[in-house]
Ligand binder design. Structure first.
Ligand code: DQA
Length: 274
Protein backbone atom coordinates (compact mmCIF):
# COMPACT_ATOMS: atom_id res chain seq x y z
CA UNK A 1 0.00 0.00 0.00
CA UNK A 2 1.36 3.40 -0.94
CA UNK A 3 2.48 5.68 1.84
CA UNK A 4 0.29 8.40 0.31
CA UNK A 5 -2.89 6.62 1.24
CA UNK A 6 -3.63 8.15 4.59
CA UNK A 7 -6.36 10.23 6.06
CA UNK A 8 -4.46 13.43 6.66
CA UNK A 9 -2.70 13.76 3.29
CA UNK A 10 -5.70 14.68 1.10
CA UNK A 11 -6.80 17.07 -0.29
CA UNK A 12 -3.28 17.84 -1.41
CA UNK A 13 -1.94 21.08 -2.89
CA UNK A 14 0.04 20.17 -6.00
CA UNK A 15 2.80 22.53 -7.17
CA UNK A 16 3.23 22.36 -10.94
CA UNK A 17 6.83 22.66 -12.12
CA UNK A 18 7.21 24.06 -15.61
CA UNK A 19 10.76 25.49 -15.79
CA UNK A 20 14.04 25.71 -13.87
CA UNK A 21 13.00 22.41 -12.31
CA UNK A 22 15.27 22.03 -9.30
CA UNK A 23 14.98 25.59 -8.09
CA UNK A 24 11.19 25.52 -8.65
CA UNK A 25 10.88 22.26 -6.71
CA UNK A 26 12.49 23.71 -3.59
CA UNK A 27 10.55 26.95 -3.99
CA UNK A 28 7.35 24.89 -4.38
CA UNK A 29 8.10 23.17 -1.09
CA UNK A 30 8.68 26.56 0.55
CA UNK A 31 5.29 27.68 -0.76
CA UNK A 32 3.64 24.73 0.97
CA UNK A 33 3.14 22.24 -1.88
CA UNK A 34 2.28 18.74 -0.64
CA UNK A 35 3.11 17.13 -3.99
CA UNK A 36 5.20 18.33 -6.95
CA UNK A 37 4.07 17.78 -10.52
CA UNK A 38 6.93 17.69 -13.03
CA UNK A 39 5.61 18.80 -16.41
CA UNK A 40 8.08 16.79 -18.47
CA UNK A 41 6.46 18.01 -21.69
CA UNK A 42 7.67 21.53 -20.83
CA UNK A 43 10.93 20.62 -19.09
CA UNK A 44 12.12 18.09 -21.70
CA UNK A 45 11.29 20.31 -24.62
CA UNK A 46 14.43 22.44 -24.26
CA UNK A 47 16.60 19.41 -23.49
CA UNK A 48 15.42 17.41 -26.50
CA UNK A 49 16.35 20.20 -28.86
CA UNK A 50 19.87 20.45 -27.42
CA UNK A 51 20.87 16.87 -26.55
CA UNK A 52 20.55 13.35 -27.92
CA UNK A 53 18.06 10.94 -26.31
CA UNK A 54 20.65 9.16 -24.17
CA UNK A 55 21.84 12.45 -22.72
CA UNK A 56 18.27 13.59 -22.11
CA UNK A 57 17.54 10.36 -20.18
CA UNK A 58 20.62 10.93 -18.04
CA UNK A 59 19.70 14.55 -17.42
CA UNK A 60 16.13 13.51 -16.64
CA UNK A 61 17.22 11.05 -13.95
CA UNK A 62 19.58 13.48 -12.29
CA UNK A 63 16.87 16.15 -12.35
CA UNK A 64 14.34 13.88 -10.64
CA UNK A 65 16.93 12.75 -8.08
CA UNK A 66 17.59 16.37 -7.15
CA UNK A 67 13.87 17.13 -7.00
CA UNK A 68 13.30 14.12 -4.73
CA UNK A 69 15.64 15.74 -2.22
CA UNK A 70 12.70 18.03 -1.37
CA UNK A 71 11.20 14.95 0.31
CA UNK A 72 7.90 15.56 -1.50
CA UNK A 73 6.07 12.97 -3.61
CA UNK A 74 6.36 13.54 -7.34
CA UNK A 75 3.85 13.28 -10.19
CA UNK A 76 5.29 12.71 -13.68
CA UNK A 77 3.22 14.35 -16.43
CA UNK A 78 3.71 14.31 -20.21
CA UNK A 79 0.89 16.56 -21.37
CA UNK A 80 0.04 16.32 -25.07
CA UNK A 81 -0.64 19.36 -27.22
CA UNK A 82 -4.25 18.38 -27.70
CA UNK A 83 -4.80 18.35 -23.91
CA UNK A 84 -3.16 21.73 -23.31
CA UNK A 85 0.50 20.70 -23.07
CA UNK A 86 3.60 20.83 -25.18
CA UNK A 87 4.24 17.17 -25.99
CA UNK A 88 4.55 16.62 -29.67
CA UNK A 89 5.36 12.92 -29.43
CA UNK A 90 3.37 10.13 -31.01
CA UNK A 91 1.77 7.82 -28.47
CA UNK A 92 4.52 5.18 -28.81
CA UNK A 93 7.22 7.69 -27.86
CA UNK A 94 5.08 9.29 -25.16
CA UNK A 95 4.59 5.86 -23.51
CA UNK A 96 8.29 5.11 -23.90
CA UNK A 97 9.08 8.24 -21.87
CA UNK A 98 6.37 7.50 -19.29
CA UNK A 99 7.78 3.98 -18.80
CA UNK A 100 11.24 5.47 -18.47
CA UNK A 101 10.34 7.91 -15.65
CA UNK A 102 7.98 5.52 -13.83
CA UNK A 103 10.61 4.07 -11.43
CA UNK A 104 11.56 7.57 -10.28
CA UNK A 105 8.12 9.07 -9.58
CA UNK A 106 5.28 8.31 -7.16
CA UNK A 107 2.37 9.08 -9.49
CA UNK A 108 2.16 8.91 -13.25
CA UNK A 109 -0.40 10.98 -15.18
CA UNK A 110 -1.85 9.17 -18.20
CA UNK A 111 -4.29 10.81 -20.59
CA UNK A 112 -7.60 8.96 -20.95
CA UNK A 113 -7.50 9.58 -24.70
CA UNK A 114 -4.33 7.43 -25.00
CA UNK A 115 -4.43 4.05 -26.77
CA UNK A 116 -6.13 1.71 -24.29
CA UNK A 117 -3.74 -1.26 -24.73
CA UNK A 118 -0.66 0.81 -23.94
CA UNK A 119 -2.50 2.46 -21.07
CA UNK A 120 -3.48 -0.91 -19.54
CA UNK A 121 0.12 -2.15 -19.62
CA UNK A 122 1.44 1.02 -18.02
CA UNK A 123 -1.23 0.94 -15.29
CA UNK A 124 -0.33 -2.68 -14.48
CA UNK A 125 3.33 -1.91 -14.32
CA UNK A 126 2.71 1.20 -12.17
CA UNK A 127 0.64 -0.80 -9.69
CA UNK A 128 3.14 -3.67 -9.58
CA UNK A 129 5.71 -1.07 -8.55
CA UNK A 130 3.49 0.59 -5.90
CA UNK A 131 3.00 3.72 -8.02
CA UNK A 132 -0.29 5.57 -8.26
CA UNK A 133 -2.04 6.33 -11.51
CA UNK A 134 -3.79 9.58 -12.33
CA UNK A 135 -5.93 9.24 -15.45
CA UNK A 136 -6.70 12.65 -16.84
CA UNK A 137 -9.01 14.22 -19.34
CA UNK A 138 -8.97 17.88 -20.38
CA UNK A 139 -11.87 19.55 -22.16
CA UNK A 140 -10.78 22.90 -23.57
CA UNK A 141 -13.24 23.35 -26.41
CA UNK A 142 -16.53 22.06 -25.21
CA UNK A 143 -18.05 21.63 -21.80
CA UNK A 144 -18.86 17.92 -21.47
CA UNK A 145 -22.26 16.83 -20.18
CA UNK A 146 -22.65 15.50 -16.65
CA UNK A 147 -23.24 12.06 -18.09
CA UNK A 148 -20.01 12.21 -20.13
CA UNK A 149 -18.01 13.28 -17.10
CA UNK A 150 -19.47 10.54 -14.90
CA UNK A 151 -18.75 7.99 -17.60
CA UNK A 152 -15.12 9.11 -17.80
CA UNK A 153 -14.72 8.89 -14.02
CA UNK A 154 -16.38 5.51 -13.58
CA UNK A 155 -14.71 3.93 -16.65
CA UNK A 156 -11.24 5.24 -15.83
CA UNK A 157 -11.57 3.96 -12.28
CA UNK A 158 -12.60 0.58 -13.62
CA UNK A 159 -9.49 0.73 -15.81
CA UNK A 160 -7.36 1.21 -12.68
CA UNK A 161 -7.16 4.95 -12.02
CA UNK A 162 -6.27 5.75 -8.44
CA UNK A 163 -7.32 9.30 -9.26
CA UNK A 164 -9.56 10.27 -12.18
CA UNK A 165 -8.90 13.86 -13.13
CA UNK A 166 -11.28 15.99 -15.19
CA UNK A 167 -10.32 19.54 -16.17
CA UNK A 168 -12.99 21.56 -17.97
CA UNK A 169 -13.37 25.05 -19.36
CA UNK A 170 -16.79 26.17 -18.03
CA UNK A 171 -18.80 28.83 -19.81
CA UNK A 172 -20.59 29.84 -16.60
CA UNK A 173 -20.92 28.97 -12.93
CA UNK A 174 -23.66 26.45 -13.70
CA UNK A 175 -21.02 24.41 -15.59
CA UNK A 176 -18.84 24.40 -12.47
CA UNK A 177 -21.77 22.96 -10.52
CA UNK A 178 -22.21 20.32 -13.23
CA UNK A 179 -18.58 19.29 -12.81
CA UNK A 180 -18.90 19.05 -9.04
CA UNK A 181 -22.14 17.11 -9.29
CA UNK A 182 -20.60 14.66 -11.76
CA UNK A 183 -17.73 14.15 -9.31
CA UNK A 184 -20.08 13.64 -6.38
CA UNK A 185 -22.45 11.27 -8.13
CA UNK A 186 -19.76 9.16 -9.74
CA UNK A 187 -18.05 8.66 -6.40
CA UNK A 188 -21.31 7.49 -4.88
CA UNK A 189 -21.56 5.05 -7.77
CA UNK A 190 -18.07 3.68 -7.15
CA UNK A 191 -18.81 3.32 -3.44
CA UNK A 192 -22.16 1.63 -4.10
CA UNK A 193 -20.43 -0.86 -6.37
CA UNK A 194 -17.94 -1.72 -3.69
CA UNK A 195 -19.53 -3.83 -0.96
CA UNK A 196 -16.46 -3.76 1.28
CA UNK A 197 -16.73 -0.01 1.73
CA UNK A 198 -19.91 0.06 3.76
CA UNK A 199 -19.22 -0.04 7.46
CA UNK A 200 -22.36 1.89 8.33
CA UNK A 201 -20.31 4.21 10.50
CA UNK A 202 -19.66 6.94 7.96
CA UNK A 203 -22.14 9.80 7.65
CA UNK A 204 -23.72 9.05 4.27
CA UNK A 205 -23.61 12.63 3.02
CA UNK A 206 -19.98 13.35 3.84
CA UNK A 207 -18.28 13.09 0.49
CA UNK A 208 -15.03 14.43 1.92
CA UNK A 209 -14.82 11.63 4.41
CA UNK A 210 -15.78 9.17 1.70
CA UNK A 211 -12.99 10.48 -0.54
CA UNK A 212 -10.51 9.95 2.25
CA UNK A 213 -11.88 6.51 3.09
CA UNK A 214 -11.67 5.52 -0.55
CA UNK A 215 -8.11 6.73 -0.87
CA UNK A 216 -7.32 4.76 2.23
CA UNK A 217 -8.95 1.63 0.89
CA UNK A 218 -7.19 1.86 -2.45
CA UNK A 219 -10.32 2.82 -4.36
CA UNK A 220 -10.31 5.46 -7.07
CA UNK A 221 -10.82 9.13 -6.23
CA UNK A 222 -11.51 12.21 -8.28
CA UNK A 223 -9.74 15.46 -9.08
CA UNK A 224 -12.12 18.12 -10.40
CA UNK A 225 -10.77 21.25 -12.09
CA UNK A 226 -12.65 24.21 -13.54
CA UNK A 227 -10.12 26.19 -15.58
CA UNK A 228 -10.30 29.88 -16.42
CA UNK A 229 -9.77 33.10 -14.48
CA UNK A 230 -13.44 33.48 -13.51
CA UNK A 231 -13.46 30.09 -11.81
CA UNK A 232 -10.35 30.28 -9.65
CA UNK A 233 -12.57 29.88 -6.58
CA UNK A 234 -13.37 26.35 -7.76
CA UNK A 235 -9.75 25.27 -7.25
CA UNK A 236 -10.16 25.86 -3.52
CA UNK A 237 -13.67 24.56 -2.98
CA UNK A 238 -13.45 21.48 -5.25
CA UNK A 239 -12.30 19.33 -2.27
CA UNK A 240 -15.66 20.06 -0.62
CA UNK A 241 -17.06 17.89 -3.40
CA UNK A 242 -14.48 15.15 -2.95
CA UNK A 243 -11.66 16.37 -5.21
CA UNK A 244 -8.38 15.13 -3.74
CA UNK A 245 -5.81 17.23 -5.66
CA UNK A 246 -5.75 21.01 -6.20
CA UNK A 247 -3.12 22.13 -8.71
CA UNK A 248 -1.32 25.47 -8.36
CA UNK A 249 1.68 26.99 -10.10
CA UNK A 250 5.11 27.61 -8.61
CA UNK A 251 6.72 30.11 -11.00
CA UNK A 252 4.36 30.32 -13.98
CA UNK A 253 0.72 29.22 -14.50
CA UNK A 254 0.51 25.99 -16.47
CA UNK A 255 -3.21 26.26 -17.17
CA UNK A 256 -5.81 29.03 -17.41
CA UNK A 257 -6.80 30.33 -13.98
CA UNK A 258 -4.21 28.44 -11.93
CA UNK A 259 -3.54 30.10 -8.58
CA UNK A 260 -0.10 29.93 -7.02
CA UNK A 261 0.27 26.87 -4.83
CA UNK A 262 0.58 28.90 -1.61
CA UNK A 263 -2.79 30.53 -2.38
CA UNK A 264 -4.29 27.07 -2.84
CA UNK A 265 -2.79 25.83 0.40
CA UNK A 266 -3.95 28.80 2.46
CA UNK A 267 -7.40 28.64 0.82
CA UNK A 268 -7.74 24.97 1.77
CA UNK A 269 -6.60 25.78 5.29
CA UNK A 270 -8.97 28.68 5.71
CA UNK A 271 -11.89 26.41 4.78
CA UNK A 272 -10.60 23.80 7.23
CA UNK A 273 -10.10 21.34 4.40
CA UNK A 274 -6.47 20.84 5.53
O1 DQA B 1 -3.99 18.33 -15.48
C1 DQA B 1 -3.48 19.24 -14.87
C2 DQA B 1 -4.27 20.31 -14.29
C3 DQA B 1 -3.88 21.63 -14.87
O2 DQA B 1 -4.27 21.66 -16.22
C4 DQA B 1 -4.66 22.74 -14.15
O3 DQA B 1 -5.66 23.19 -14.69
O4 DQA B 1 -4.27 23.12 -13.05
C5 DQA B 1 -2.39 21.84 -14.73
C6 DQA B 1 -1.59 20.70 -15.31
O5 DQA B 1 -0.21 20.90 -15.05
C7 DQA B 1 -2.02 19.39 -14.73
O6 DQA B 1 -1.36 18.32 -15.35
Amino acid sequence: MSEYRNLTFYPAAVGTITEDAIHSAFFGRELGADILEIRFDLILDGLLSELNEKAVRKECVSLIREIRKTGLPVIGTFRSKKEGGNMDLNSRDAFKWMRFVLPYVDFIDIEWSSPKGKMRKLIDSAHQNQKQVIISSHYFDQMPSKKQMMKMIVSSQKAGADISKIAVMPKDDADVLKLFEAGLLSQKKVLQNDGTQKTGDEPKSDVRLEAKLKTNAGLGCVCLIAMGGSYQYSRIIAPVFGSVLSYGYVTMPAAPGQLRVDEIKSGLKSLNLR
